[in-house]
Design a binder for this molecule. Structure first.
Ligand code: GCV
Length: 638
């Protein structure tokens, strides 16, 4: 089937003629936004003639990305602070028209100025932790893409406010390291596609590039030749891509080289690259996913979640002003439930961005339905300092919101059709972190499927409940990591237990969990006192995260009166029943959607059910065998 005809290709920009709309004319500033407006209006009206005028203009009183939309079907004005703002205003109007709005008095400006997607795409065309086909940018060691598809992709991203993308994996191997030396004209052509949409490129670079690409004896950041190599290479990059947003660097992390292996600090490592970027206004995005991935599992003192704070907090103030630390939202690694990273907001003199994952590495791999927006709402809600308002990322010193992309060559971009909702939610919530999961999910369903209440309400409820459902059949109460090793789909309770990765639940016959309070590993002490005290005490520690901070006996009574073991049994049975409920819901709304939307999702729900059953039986059997405690309800445990 032609990709453009398959449901899902247009995502939330569905070509759906809305009969109640008048015909429109356009006036004002001609250019890219004007053309996008024209195309969008044709998509929604089918080119209906009429005389409701839309006027486009630039307003000096607005900031570059801000916009206003005013008026009604008597006449509409869109004003942008700059070209990007005007374009966002156009997409903003089209989305509102799609949802039936008729009067406009809107002022919008993004809460964060950097809303970034990181692609973990390899030059061979594979995508690390990608569940939507192959890379959109690379194939067989070359830059290779479908220009029309990339153009459509750029439009999708711009329509939700994303303004930077990193095109290659943070795990940089030799060929992708060469992007900044050998392949610049090709990278520049990709930049050309994204530029009119207000999206700038980032390139992941190898920390040892001076040695690897430049033939130097060392990549020591304090070596003068190394500094010069970075300066020259970066200048060359900017000749080809003058508006490159910067470089992204994963160093001293999971077998990747970094400054530490050369006896230098993270700041010294980041600054040598930042200095090369500085004359061009580029940013060094420096990841903080630094931990010992060769831990002896017998070592009960080292605690991986403490690592990032331990490495970076003492360096506050040492980083150049064009270094942005990129900090994963939780101290572990994109688990279903984690506290916020204690490093977020902890440094007064260092620029910080928060990294999320739209790709569902540990959250169902786009086979299982999982509403990430629900989790992000909690993450944004949670205070990282005691003084700032929650959901005020900037007040909490978070200047950038980054997410690992969930898109690829699959016709519907995200593999699971409903995983489009996660990409949509990311852009919208990065723009406005005060939006709720319910708001963005409703918007996505309305834009993608329309507002027929017979479909709309059940679909919204199903999506919104999906995070809680996945959590029920996954690892309990925030303990995480009970996944199959390496590929991270499906259950393996002890899979990571006797490994080097620093991810242990330490379950025995009596209790489970790692004590991370002051009596244990002391992770709690890394948090602001307000947050520390909450986690420190079992009475105030939110129950859903209890096993992240406390070691509990299986007969520990939760607030519900249930014992921990019974909670594990009950939630795992419930999770499976809930997935059966998803299938019923999907069947009940089948007639209200196209068959090519219904069928692939139904297939994924069937796969999800099998996965949930596997989780239920593996987890319940594991704990039954460990404890010998029977299920109060007498259900079958293997
Ligand atoms: C890109 C986890 C993932 C890796 C990923 C790494 C990272 O460990 O499993 O695939 O590597 O995080 O974020 O750097």
């Amino acid at each position: 089937m032609d990709k453009n005809n398959q449901f899902g290709y247009h995502a939330w920009l569905q070509p759906r003629v809305i009969e109640s709309l008048p015909g429109f004319t356009l006036s004002g500033l001609e250019g890219f936004a004007y053309d996008e407006c024209k195309k969008g209006i044709a998509r929604l009206t089918g080119g209906k003639p009429g005389n409701t005028n839309i006027e486009l203009s630039i307003s000096d009183t607005l900031t570059h990305e801000a916009y206003t939309i005013t008026g009604s079907f008597d006449g509409i004005s869109i004003a942008g602070g700059g070209e990007s703002g005007l374009l966002y205003g156009v997409y903003g109007l089209l989305a509102r028209l799609s949802q039936g709005q008729t009067q406009f008095d809107v002022t919008e400006k993004p809460a964060t100025s950097r809303r970034i997607l990181n692609h973990w795409d390899n030059i061979d065309g594979s995508v690390e932790r990608g569940y939507s086909g192959k890379s959109l940018f690379f194939k067989d060691g070359q830059i290779a893409y479908d220009p029309e598809r990339l153009h459509d992709y750029a439009r999708l991203l711009a329509s939700i406010g994303i303004n930077q993308i990193c095109i290659n994996n943070v795990n940089v191997y030799f060929q992708s390291a060469q992007l900044i030396t050998q392949k610049l004209p090709d990278v520049a052509r990709i930049a050309d596609i994204f530029r009119p949409f207000g999206i700038k490129l980032i390139i992941s670079v190898h920390f040892e590039s001076p040695a690897l690409l430049g033939g130097l004896e060392t990549s020591d950041p304090l070596d003068e030749d190394v500094a010069n190599w970075w300066k020259q290479a970066t200048a060359e990059v900017y000749k080809h891509i003058p508006d490159l947003a910067g470089f992204l660097i994963k160093a001293d992390s999971e077998f990747r080289a970094g400054p530490m292996s050369l006896g230098r600090t993270q700041a010294e490592g980041a600054n040598v690259i930042a200095k090369a970027l500085k004359p061009f206004g580029g940013m060094a995005y420096w990841r903080c996913f630094v931990y010992n991935c060769m831990q002896d599992w017998r070592d009960t003192v080292t605690d991986r979640p403490k690592a990032a704070y331990n490495y970076f907090k003492p360096l506050d103030g040492d980083f150049d002003d064009n270094v942005m630390l990129q900090i994963k939202h939780g101290p572990s690694d994109f688990q279903v439930r984690e506290p916020n990273s204690p490093l977020l907001g902890a440094m007064d003199n260092t620029r910080q961005g928060m990294e999320l994952q739209v790709t569902q590495e540990y959250t169902g791999q786009q086979k299982d339905l999982y509403a990430l927006a629900v989790q992000w709402e909690e993450i944004f809600e949670h205070p990282v300092t005691s003084t700032s308002k929650t959901r005020d990322l900037v007040g909490n010193k978070i200047e950038a919101v980054v997410a690992v992309a969930n898109t690829g060559s699959d016709a519907n971009w995200t593999g699971h059709l409903l995983a489009q909702a996660n990409l949509y939610a990311f852009g919208k919530m990065a723009w406005d972190p005060t939006l709720t999961a319910a708001q963005v999910t409703k918007e996505w369903v309305a834009l993608t499927f329309g507002t027929n209440p017979q479909l709309f309400d059940p679909m919204v409820d199903m999506i919104l409940s999906s995070r809680a459902v996945y959590e029920k059949y996954n690892a309990p109460l925030g303990i995480g990591w009970m996944v199959n090793i390496n590929h991270h789909y499906g259950p393996s309770v002890d899979g990571y237990e006797y490994m080097k990765w620093g991810t242990y639940h330490r379950a025995d016959t009596k209790a489970i969990g790692v004590d991370r309070t002051s009596a244990g590993t002391g992770l709690t002490a890394q948090y602001h006192p307000y947050v520390r005290d909450m986690y420190e005490d079992k009475k105030t520690c939110p129950e859903e995260i209890m096993l992240y901070f406390h070691r509990l006996p299986y007969n520990y009574r939760l607030k519900s009166g249930q014992t921990l073991i019974q909670y594990i049994y009950d939630t795992h049975f419930e999770g499976v029943d809930d997935v059966k409920g998803f299938i019923q819901t999907w069947e009940s709304i089948k007639e209200h959607m196209p068959i090519d939307a219904y069928t692939p999702v139904r297939q994924r729900l069937d796969a999800q059910l099998k996965n949930a059953e596997e989780w239920r039986d593996v987890v319940n059997s594991y704990f039954y065998r460990k404890t010998g405690i029977a299920d109060e309800k007498g259900r079958k445990i293997y």
